[in-house]
Design a protein around this ligand. Structure first.
Ligand SMILES: [Ca+2]
Ligand SMILES: [Ca+2]
Ligand SMILES: [Ca+2]
Ligand SMILES: [Ca+2]
Length: 412
């Protein structure tokens, strides 16, 4: 599928640049295809047997491929209700009882799955469905919805492991669009992702890989016509979850084209991060586990900028505009002078900005120059020492903040 083509292409880009070329085309993945994450979401229960920890299938037996796909709409599954210990607040049952929709505010968010920890155990149902009404905005602004008259509802999720959390939020009736943001801990927390319904539509549907901990899904209703009241609107909200990639077994368990650490579900797994945060220079990811890098090494990693803090701005002397976007950091050690070439591409094909900083991360040593073609990379000759490579946003915003980075080390 799309992601596999992208991985091979970016690999080709890196290898071509390793030969001193840098002439490979920028990833040609269709930037308009934003359905990938949602597609992943609808496969939640297609391969439950190959979840980590499941003994239902041995590792060398592929998951069954004759499981029919789940319906695209939010219709509740016919066989899942009540098969687990789901509490009485699931929307299926709420709807069955004809109960009115409830308010769900930032002060008192609705607890998804009755507040149970999601992962490793997950709901047996394909989706968890809720119905709420919007109230006044009390939380912080969300990045993908402009200021102005809006209604708000909030849901709290407690994750026990990294999961792809899918959400579909539909505003009943017309004249409002819908925006959704995932924020850490509460409505004022760091934003991990933000997306809206297509223009003129009243359903926002997407997914985000979220790390263990407490998250709040903030749902906003935004009037599209003058005089429309965004408050008191009924929202039908569905959640689904996917965790079906084992990050250590060398197998693409969920058959999305990304194996182990290439898979967004594993980006923050200790096996893939070495237990490091990668947020800034206090606890960066490590190239070669912090050991000196041998000449001829091509380093490759997959990560995401979702939910990352904006610690570094390369400044006007560099290629990227300053989007004040989040960034992640790798540390590498040189025991001799070496050339270092860095590049990165987001999964949707948008190029990102890699720049090289000194040991203390106080100075940008090299970056992509302000004017550059379609295949931007940074190239510098660095003396022996400890250095950092920062992955950041470039000229254009990607649809998907997941990316692949290459660092190529050679003799000068
Ligand atoms: Ca795997
Ligand atoms: Ca995978
Ligand atoms: Ca930044
Ligand atoms: Ca950062």
């Amino acid at each position: 599928m799309q992601i596999r083509g992208r991985t091979i292409l970016v690999l080709a880009l890196g290898l071509a640049m390793g030969c001193g070329g840098g002439s490979a085309g920028s990833p040609d993945a269709d930037a308009g295809d934003v359905s990938g994450v949602s597609d992943l979401g609808t496969t939640t229960d297609e391969s439950p047997a190959d979840r980590p920890g499941s003994d239902a299938l041995p590792d060398d037996v592929p998951p069954p491929d004759d499981v029919p796909p789940l319906p695209d709409d939010a219709s509740p599954p016919s066989d899942g209700i009540g098969s687990d210990s789901s509490g009485p607040e699931t929307a299926e049952e709420t709807s069955d009882e004809g109960a009115p929709p409830v308010g769900a505010t930032c002060e008192a968010p609705l607890s998804v799955w009755d507040g149970r920890t999601l992962g490793p155990d997950l709901p047996d149902t394909d989706e968890l469905n809720y119905e709420v009404v919007t109230g006044p905005v009390t939380g912080a602004g969300i990045s993908c919805a402009v200021d102005g008259s809006q209604g708000e509802a909030a849901f709290r999720l407690v994750l026990g492991k990294s999961l792809l959390v899918g959400i579909a939020a539909e505003a009943v009736g017309g004249d409002v669009e819908v925006a959704v943001a995932f924020r850490r801990e509460d409505c004022a927390g760091t934003e991990a992702d933000c997306f809206t319904s297509p223009a003129g539509r009243n359903i926002a549907e997407d997914g985000a890989v979220l790390t263990p901990g407490t998250w709040v899904a903030v749902v906003r209703t935004i009037p599209t016509a003058a005089g429309t009241d965004p408050l008191g609107r009924t929202l039908e909200v569905s959640f689904w979850f996917e965790d079906s990639e084992d990050c250590t077994d060398g197998i693409d368990n969920n058959e999305d084209g990304d194996t182990d650490c290439e898979d967004p579900l594993c980006f923050l797994d200790d096996h893939c991060t070495g237990g490091h945060q990668g947020e800034d220079c206090t606890d960066p990811f490590l190239v070669e586990n912090g050991q000196p890098v041998a000449p001829g090494t091509t380093f490759n990693a997959h990560q995401t900028l979702a939910g990352r803090r904006d610690d570094f701005q390369p400044g006007p002397g560099c290629w990227a505009n300053d989007h004040q976007g989040g960034d992640v950091v790798w540390r590498f050690v040189l025991d001799r002078e070496m050339t270092v070439e860095g590049s990165m591409g987001f999964f949707d094909g948008t190029p990102g900005h890699v720049y090289l900083m000194d040991e203390t991360c106080g100075h940008v040593e090299a970056c992509i120059p302000p004017v550059f073609g379609e295949e931007p990379f940074v190239l510098a000759t660095l003396p022996a020492g400890t250095w950092h490579a920062v992955a950041d946003y470039g000229e254009a915003r990607p649809v998907d903040p997941s990316f692949e980075i290459f660092l190529i080390f050679d003799e000068p």
